[in-house]
Design a protein around this ligand. Structure first.
Ligand SMILES: [Zn+2]
Length: 283
């Protein structure tokens, strides 16, 4: 992994050099999921009262969340907080994909997995699923304890309205990117290291794809440093981006890469553009 020092932040991974071509900025929120008729129950109104107060949110947005499916690839440091906030917000269905079992060294950051899960032999998706169901019994969860490959990707992810890239390797990220570009599924990429992180929202056909931004994978390394709270911040941001995509409320990080360094509290938002020669998303 190459780290480039920017104006004020530490950048994870070497990005493609930006060209001077105009920044592609699509209209905001055109990917919001269409509403169908229905209304909230009295209990739901009470439960989600505080977010229903957000300007522009309202019952329509809440119903959109309830009818949506979010796929979470990787239920670890980023996936744990992302799943928890999606569940708390009232997303109707989560597809959890992870083929690992919780380990002791996961516990500093993967907050959905506890000491008892390490020795239980439970897979991460199972360990996460029961806790999320305890948080919100209306949530439907699909547990997929498989390694994602080219072959099984479309079967695993076919129902997702939005995907979250919470994985920790570029091999899987590139697979997800290609699938999402081909199937036109918006997805939220995030990555963290130490006390730094980055996040962007990719809307296929409208924004650069992940390969436009990172044409080459960083070198593989073992045991990357990470403070759990860093993953917590960026995982929560991924949930927020997904909620904005689904409801149409707010402005997402479309064509923008947000890079944060929590060690010195600096944040950069970098406008990113498509790579005309991108092997994945060029037309
Ligand atoms: Zn591309």
């Amino acid at each position: 992994m190459t780290i480039i020092r920017g104006r004020s932040s530490t950048y994870l991974f070497e990005r493609r050099k930006e060209t001077k071509e105009s920044f592609f900025r699509p209209s905001v929120n055109s990917h919001a999921i269409p509403m169908s008729p229905g209304k909230l129950t009295e209990m739901e109104k009470e439960r989600y009262k505080r977010q229903l107060l957000i300007k522009g949110f309202g019952q329509k947005a809440q119903l959109s969340l309830a009818r949506s499916t979010v796929g979470v690839l990787g239920v670890g440091g980023l996936g744990s907080p992302a799943c928890m906030y999606l569940t708390a917000a009232g997303v109707g269905r989560l597809i959890l994909i992870d083929d690992q079992i919780p380990e002791v060294s996961n516990l500093n950051r993967q907050v959905l997995h506890w000491e008892r899960d390490v020795s239980s032999g439970r897979e991460k998706v199972e360990s996460a699923a029961w806790k999320l169901k305890e948080m919100n019994s209306d949530l439907e969860i699909v547990e997929i304890s498989e390694r994602v490959t080219k072959k099984n990707l479309s079967a695993v992810l076919k129902d997702a309205d939005v995907m979250l890239d919470c994985t920790d390797n570029f091999e899987t990220r590139y697979l997800l990117n290609r699938f999402c570009v081909e199937e036109k599924v918006p997805f939220v990429h995030a990555a963290v290291e130490g006390m730094c992180g980055q996040i962007t929202t990719i809307v296929p056909g409208k924004t650069p794809c992940l390969r436009c931004l990172f044409p080459r994978p960083p070198p593989k390394r073992q045991d990357i440093a990470i403070l759990g709270a860093t993953a917590g911040v960026f995982g929560a941001m991924q949930a927020t981006e997904a909620i904005k995509l689904i409801t149409g409320v707010g402005e997402t990080l479309r064509s923008k890469l947000l890079v944060g360094d929590l060690s010195c509290n600096t944040w950069d938002v970098i406008e990113v553009s498509r790579d005309k020669g991108c092997p994945v998303c060029r037309r």
